[in-house]
Design a protein around this ligand. Sequence first.
Ligand code: SIN
Ligand code: CO
Length: 390
Amino acid sequence: MTSIPLCLPASITAEQFLAEYWQKKPLLIKQGLPQLIGMFEPDDMLGLALEEEASARLLTQSATKTEGQAQWQLKKSPLTEADFDNLPEQWTALVQNLEQWSPELGQLWQAFDFIPQWQRDDIMVSYAPKGGSVGKHYDDYDVFLAQGYGHRRWQLGKFCDKSTEFVADEPIRLFDDMGEIIFDEILEAGDVLYVPPKLSHFGVAQDDCLTFSFGCRRPNLMQIIDNMADIATNDSDLFIPMILPQALQASGELQADSIQAIKNQLLQMLQSDRGDDMIRQAVSEVVSKRQYDALVPEETLDTDELMQALAEGATLQADYNNRLIYSQTDDGIILYANGQRIDGLDDVSTTVLIRLASGEHLTNQDITDIDPDELSEWLENGWVWINYPE
Ligand code: SIN
Ligand code: CO
C-alpha cells in the first residue's frame, strides 16, 4: 500500500473531500505535504529551467504599467543564462512536468491517491524572489498548490466564468478584480492549498519561494471524438453506404432530413455494443496519453541488475512520469500505458501491473512468478521505477 499519508487535514476524510470540496471549495491543508520540505532549493529548479529539454517559462513584470504596453513579458524555453541577466525586481520561472526530472517528486502524487491517476496532469514548479507572482488569474483545472520552500501569500476571490474579462494585450491571462477576498494566508513549506477550477487566485512570494502545483486535467470531448475517428478509420463496417430518405429534392440541396438521418445513424452506432467498445478505447487512450514527450532514458538496469536490486530490498513502483491505467470490461481487465493498449499479458502480469497502477510498492516476493525479462521491459518502457532502500 502507499507509504505516503494522504494530503488531507486530519478532520477530513477522502470521501468528505470528494463530496464537499473537489471542484467546489478551496481547502487549506496545513503541513499536507511535509515531504517537500528540504527536497529542493531554488537553485535546483533554476538549473532545471535552463535544461534544453525542460518545458520552462520565464515571466517578468515591469514595475509600472505604461498605457498601451504590456506590463508582463513571457519567454518560453529553451531558456539561457542570458535570459536571467538584468531581470526586473519581480519575476517568476516556471517548469512543467517535473515528474520526468524527479521520480521521487512524482511519487508524491500518492498523497493525492483520492484523485484517480487518469485525472492528474503534471507537477509544475514556480520559483519567484520576494514580490514575484504570476498575477491574479483562474485556471480551468483543479490544482493543489504545495509550498516547497520559503513563503507565499495566497489570496482567493470570486469564481470566474466565460464572461470574466482579462487584461488586454498581456501574454498571460490576468485580471484586476478578484471580487471579495475569501482567503488570505501565508503558506510555509509543507503547506498545501487546494484551489478548484475557475476560482480566482493570486500568490505573491514573500521571500525566495518554490511552489509546486499538482495540477489535474479532464479529457476534452473533442479529443475523444478525434481519437474515435483514428480507431475506426479502417473499420469497413462504418463505410456501408447510408440509406437515406429517398424523397425527390433539388439536386443542389442538402436537406435537413438527410443530416438528421445521418446523425441518427451516428447516434445508433455510438449506442451499440460497437460504440461502447470504441468509446471505451478512445477514452482509455486519451486519458492514458502523456502530455509531454518522454526524455530519452538514462542508462537503465539490465535484467540481472534489476533482480539483484529487488533481492536487496528495492521496491518496484509505478513511475508517475508515465501513465499506467486499467479498466474493467465484460471481457476482463484491459491495461493501457501512455496512450496504448498493452496486449499479450498473462493473468499474473496483469495482476501485478494493476497493483502498480494503483500505487502499490512491490517487493521481491510480489513478483516471483513474473519472467524477469518482462519486468526488465517494463522498467525500460518507463512504466515502473525502482526505489532503493535508504
Ligand atoms: C504559481 O505557482 O505562482 C502559480 C501557480 C498557479 O497559480 O496555478
Ligand atoms: Co493558477
